[in-house]
Ligand binder design. Structure first.
Ligand code: 8OZ
Length: 367
């Protein structure tokens, strides 16, 4: 006989329906870059094992995945733009579905957060404007200064939008339940959204309407390609990661989420806060206002534990919580939360290196 929850309060363990995707619970695996792709940036059997281990999360959001060769900015990040990559991801989705999980692919273009050494034919990375990010990039061999990117021509925008749509179709061909467009953390779509990186004078720069235009065109194209009920979006309104800043984030992002409403996405995934800073030091931003303006399913992320995640879902602040570090180190986090069991700590030395070490060797609860 089926087991029914005793109360009808919606909490982290309650099932949910996000568009066409059924979640067994509201504990979502946040997108996490792990740099373990194989030759040709093809997903491997080890990656399939890693994602399979996490299948009890209500929804897995994959590591950020470049939509085209120019979208890469880090070594060993798996793409979704070659037939070999699509076949590699098929092993991953089969493994997760075989274990009863749901998985959406995060679609990524890094824009200026790259280097000619990581670009096809050694070309310059592209961006809204020719503004060099502060800092350095790891090219696979060495740390090098970022370069001044090439500003995209207005005439190049339709092909860029089409490559997001094609990548979404490739994700469906690879067996994914949906996609999440990555428009946060200082990458290409965020570079268009936020004022510090967008000094364009065409229809894609200047006013908030213009800065949001590329994102909204991408979302429309992706929805048209695979159906709005399989499409999510990641935003991070005040994250300074990758040397990015907006003069008026509340105004920009209030506008973006209001415009998203008519698209009826499966979910919106908002990374709160400002990087590794403690909550008290986050830049001011009114997430409750976004919640009020946005009519769809909202996933919140950053610094949540069990109690705070439960409180956010039961109070209706969020429909689900995305966990990164906790799920990384505890593939059976759902069961640990259920039992109040102790948690493993992440091996920070092996986030981006180590093959199976610090990746697929975290202990499960004894069964
Ligand atoms: C950490 C290292 C490399 C990439 C992001 C895709 O912040 C990333 C990322 C994070 O969204």
């Amino acid at each position: 006989m089926a087991h029914f929850k005793e109360s009808n309060v919606t909490d982290l363990f309650s099932p949910a329906r996000f568009g066409a995707i059924d979640l067994a619970n509201r504990i979502v695996m946040s997108s996490l870059t792990r740099n373990r792709a194989g030759v040709g940036n093809v997903p491997t059997a080890l990656m399939a094992e890693y994602y399979r281990q996490h299948a009890s999360a209500g929804l897995i959001l994959t590591e950020a995945t470049p939509i085209c060769a120019e979208g890469h900015g880090y070594p060993r990040t798996p793409g979704i733009h070659t037939p070999e990559q699509v076949a590699g991801w098929k092993q991953v989705t089969d493994a997760v579905h075989g274990a009863g999980g749901k998985i959406a692919l995060q679609l990524w273009h890094v824009g200026r957060i790259s280097h000619p050494d990581l670009q096809p034919g050694g070309i310059l990375p592209v961006a809204p404007s020719a503004i060099r990010p502060a800092g350095q990039v790891f090219t696979g061999q060495a740390m090098k200064d970022y370069v001044t990117p090439r500003a995209l021509e207005t005439s190049e925008i339709p092909a860029l939008v089409a490559s997001f749509a094609q990548a979404a179709q490739n994700a469906i061909d690879a067996g994914f339940d949906g996609v999440e467009v990555h428009a946060g953390n200082g990458y290409l779509l965020d570079q268009f959204l936020r004022s510090s990186t967008n000094q364009r004078t065409d229809a894609y720069g200047g006013s908030k309407e213009n800065r949001a235009r590329l994102l909204l065109e991408v979302m429309q194209a992706v929805c048209k390609a695979i159906g709005h009920d399989r499409v999510g979006l990641r935003l991070s309104p005040v994250t300074p990661f990758n040397d990015i800043h907006d003069a008026n984030p509340q105004e920009t992002f209030d506008y973006v989420v209001t415009e998203l409403n008519s698209l009826q996405l499966a979910f919106l995934d908002v990374l709160q806060g400002t990087g590794g800073l403690p909550r008290e030091e986050w830049m001011p931003f009114d997430y409750a206002r976004l919640r009020a303006l946005y009519t769809g399913n909202l996933i919140l992320n950053n610094e949540y534990g069990f109690e705070t995640g439960q409180a956010a879902v039961t109070s209706g602040e969020a429909d689900a919580i995305a966990y990164g570090r906790l799920l990384l180190a505890n593939p059976d986090l759902v069961e640990r939360f259920r039992q109040g069991a102790p948690l493993n700590t992440p091996d920070y030395e092996r986030l981006y290196t180590g093959e199976e070490k610090g990746y697929t060797d975290y202990a499960f609860l004894p069964s």
